[in-house]
Structures are given as structure tokens and as C-alpha cells.
Design a protein around this ligand. Sequence first.
Ligand code: MRU
Length: 368
Amino acid sequence: MKINGRPTRTIWLNDDGRTVEVIDQTRLPFAYETLLLQNVEEAAIAIERMVVRGAPLIGATAAYGMALAMADEPSDANLEMASDRLMRTRPTAVNLRWAINRVKSELIDISPKDREASAYKLAARICNEDVEINASIGRNGLEIIKKAATNKPKNAPVNVLTHCNAGWLATVDWGTATSPIYMAHDEGIPVHVWVDETRPRNQGASLTAYELGHHGVPHTVIPDNTGGHLMQHGHVDLVITGTDRTTAAGDVCNKIGTYLKALAAKDNSVPFYVALPSPTIDFALFDGVKDIPIEQRTGDEVSKMTGITEDGSIQTVDIVAEGSPVANYAFDVTPARLVTGLITEAGICDASREGIATLFPDRAGMTD
Ligand code: MRU
């Protein structure tokens, strides 16, 4: 998508054919800066510090992390080391494991001297596939927005509520939840997005609003607690979120607070859709609440807030009473029964074992 009118991806290989560059998302929306990743450790730290984040982009960065490791030392031992190091970075988004295992299983059987070139090729393929998958999600989800538009008065916007950032910044390009929105906007269908700010890290206010703004999509940032009120008053036509891991039975793990939005949507008969690429489906799991590991992050993300002052300096301030303990669960699980449908690259299906198996018959029972 575009930043200041220029088509941009979130991750790319530099002209030296070795180092990788990413948009530093910890600096957005205040500053557009990029960060150079020169080895696997730097790739791992970028994922841990959330310089890059969002399930698909975490997977893409891990794939390039494996390539960087192979450029350093293409031995079996280093393949294992790189895989272990990257696997420890963040526990919830399953795209991480999917990407690492995909690279590892392709490299393990080839001669070490060929591993570097193969790893870079595969990382590039994973990135390009992500873009294609998200474009397909967009085309499939567009039909839902088009249908919602037919139920609205002429020229009234379809109001879509989204949580966190499942936009192009969370992927290589297009985004998942935002892809149908961009396509609707580009086709001239009036669309307006309610953007949950998404405490504690504010991915909605900082990232989703930033990217929608750069693409010219009308949107309004709201505190996380506002969605229920808007739904009660008919101001939300549908909810579309992303996901970090969805079970083979359709339970959806996504940014903390998603579950509460799904409950409010159910109570108000607002359709609640989840947009996801197939690498986000964990075909080995069936009970999301019990089996998906929920990341707990540092309390600083809750007790401090970063912003820009009038003189343009980026500052972090404390916002919690000194000494009060805080908790920071990064994700929650929305049970399949609250999900209207899953928008995937292969089509739209029920959030159920049968629905997912219909779209992905070859993947049932697989672990990554
Ligand atoms: O902690 P984050 O910012 O990595 O969480 C991101 C989300 O929860 C997204 O909704 C999810 O990864 C889907 S991204 C297309």
C-alpha cells in the first residue's frame, strides 16, 4: 500500500542481496523509519520488540531471519540454532512456527553450500505469497461489504469496526481485515472504519489509523470501550478483525479485547467476521481457550504511554499510580460460536471444523 503516495511493503531484501530492511513500527505514527536486519539475532530482536508485528509479518521476518542465519553459517547446527532462537520470540502467532518449519524442512535435505540461496528464495516466495493471499482475502471479503452496502441508503457508508492492526503493516502488503476495506474504497463503495485504539500498545490508533489515512479511507479512532455503544445504536454494520491463530474448529485468537467485541456484536446481531490467511490456522488444535498459548508482555506497556509533544519530541510517560501492579495479556480467544464467518484466500466459511475442512481439505490434521 502507499505511504505518502509511494507503494511500500513492510519488509524487503536490500540491493546487496543479503541484508533485510523493515519499517520500524515502534516509531509510527510519529516517524517513518526503517531498520536494517543483518543477522538472525537482529531479526529475532525485531520480532520481540515489535519493530515488526502482526502474525503474517512475524512469519515473513522469521523466514528472512533463517536466510540471514544461512548467510552467516549454513551448517545443520546453525539451522537448529536459528530455528530455536526465532521460535522463542513470540508464542501466540502461529505463522511464526509455520514459516520457520517451512524454511527448515526445505533446507535440511539440501547441501549446506546451497542453503543460503534457497533460504533467500523461499523467504521472498513467502512474502510474495502473503501479498497474493491477502489480495484474495480482499476480493472475497469485498463481497460482504458490497452486500452490506446494498442494505444502506444510497451513498451512506458501510461502517466497519476493526480491532488492533490487521492492516498491511501487519502483513507484507494489503493486510487481512483491511484488505476488503481497501478494495471497497478503491471501487468507490463508501466505507467508514471505526478503529479501536487497542490498548495497551495502541496498534489501532498508531498503525491502523495511519495506514487508512495514507490510503484516504474515512475512519474514526475510538477508545476500546466504545464499540458496544456504537453497535446498540446501529452505527456498526459489521466487524472485521484479524487473528494470530485460529484453531481447526474455528476458535479465533486475536489481540486482547477482540472477545468483548464479539460478545457485543452477538448481542446486537452485528456480523462478526475474521479475515485470515491459511498459515494462521493451527490445524492441530481444536480448543482455542484451552490450547492456544497467550503471550503475557511487560507491564511497562500498560503503565506507560508514548506520544509526541507539541514541540515534536517523542516522549514516554507513566500513567498508572506508582506501585500498582499491572497485568498485560496480549491476546484472547473468541469462541467459534461468536464468529459469523472466516474470510480466507480460499473463500468464506463457517467458523467450524466442517467449514474449515471444506476450504482446506488437504490440511486437516497437519501441525503447520
Ligand atoms: O501484538 P501484535 O501487534 O502482533 O498483534 C497483532 C494482531 O493481533 C493482529 O490482529 C493479528 O496479528 C492479525 S494480522 C493480519
